[in-house]
Design a protein around this ligand. Structure first.
Ligand code: ZN
Length: 316
């Protein structure tokens, strides 16, 4: 099919059409039609791969190429983070989480004074209280009561929020509006609570923009746990069981598992040998045992790829 059949404006994004248009947009259409097909292919190849000066008609092709390159880079980056974390997980595996955590010199720093801001359960936003998307998936009335009772001092939203994206999808909105919906929710909540609102951009988040790095989820019964910089305790989702019901907290654990086992998480890297850990974090030993029991009641489809462990906060 030649340019005469296509017309200058009727650009296609695949097959011969694009290659013909390459010629067409760079000169005389009549001249283009006189080229032999092999030459046209050769010309398009040089144009696309070597010059990299791609006209608008090839944007889809360029994007596809970009996506493939980007995906490869993301997988390499994931491998690197996974490898780095494996060092910590190997130590945890030796004698369990309790023994490993108690061997850390500054464990008490992970239970310091918190700022009272509500953040997502996302591992990129540690600190303060936690609820998925700052509670966007639940009723406003319920969340206002929970946050008032907890003495919340601020509400945040963040870039790339999976919970806000789920909310947008569930409410028949374009999922690309997720972040806008997340901001709207957090602002409204902050306003009704009479506390400040803050947005956390990717630049300030403790994870890469492109994917989640959790191989652990902390089921926090203390209300002030923070895994720090992720170099001693592994980074993970933090679920504030201390301020929310068992049912709501377990549903947030499941949300985290689904992310981590999906394309935005470590996915198939998580195995029975190198499992995801649900970590009960109790104020006392009895508390830790109770939280572990709750975690055992969670039904999920990942079998032995998910294990339950836990540790108790140091006495202050
Ligand atoms: Zn989020």
């Amino acid at each position: 099919m030649g340019p005469d059949h296509e017309g200058g404006d009727e650009v296609r994004d695949r097959g011969h059409n694009v290659k013909i248009v390459l010629i067409y947009e760079n000169g005389d259409a009549n001249t283009a039609s006189s080229y032999s097909f092999p030459f046209v292919y050769w010309y398009a190849f040089v144009y696309w791969y070597l010059l990299d000066l791609i006209p608008p008609s090839c944007i889809l092709l360029r994007e596809n190429r970009g996506k493939i390159m980007n995906q490869n880079k993301i997988q390499e980056k994931k491998d690197l983070v996974w490898k780095e974390q494996s060092r910590i997980f190997r130590k945890i595996k030796e004698n369990g989480f309790e023994v490993y955590a108690s061997s850390l010199k500054k464990l008490s720093d992970m239970f310091g004074v918190q700022d009272g801001y509500v953040r997502c359960v996302d591992e990129g936003t540690p600190g303060g209280f936690h609820a998925a998307g700052s509670g966007i998936l639940r009723s406003k009335k319920e969340m206002l009561k929970i946050f008032r009772d907890a003495g919340v001092r601020g509400v945040t939203s963040h870039d790339g929020c999976g919970a806000a994206k789920m909310f947008a999808k569930a409410n028949c909105k374009d999922e690309t509006c997720g972040d806008a919906e997340g901001k709207k929710w957090a602002k409204e909540l902050a306003s009704e609570l009479g506390v400040p609102y803050r947005h956390i951009s990717f630049a300030k988040m403790q994870r890469p923009k492109e994917f989640h790095i959790s191989r652990a989820a902390y089921y926090d019964g203390t209300g002030c746990f923070n895994f720090g910089d992720g170099k001693k305790l592994p980074p993970g989702y933090i679920i504030s069981r201390q301020i929310q019901s068992e049912k709501a907290s377990l549903s947030e654990i499941l949300l985290g598992l689904n992310i981590s086992f999906g394309p935005n998480g470590f996915g198939e890297r998580i195995t029975e040998d190198e499992p995801f850990i649900l970590v009960a974090v109790g104020k006392t030993k009895t508390d830790t045992v109770r939280l572990k029991k709750e975690l055992r009641s969670l039904e999920h489809p990942y079998g032995k790829k998910v294990i339950i462990d836990g540790f108790t906060a140091p006495r202050t």
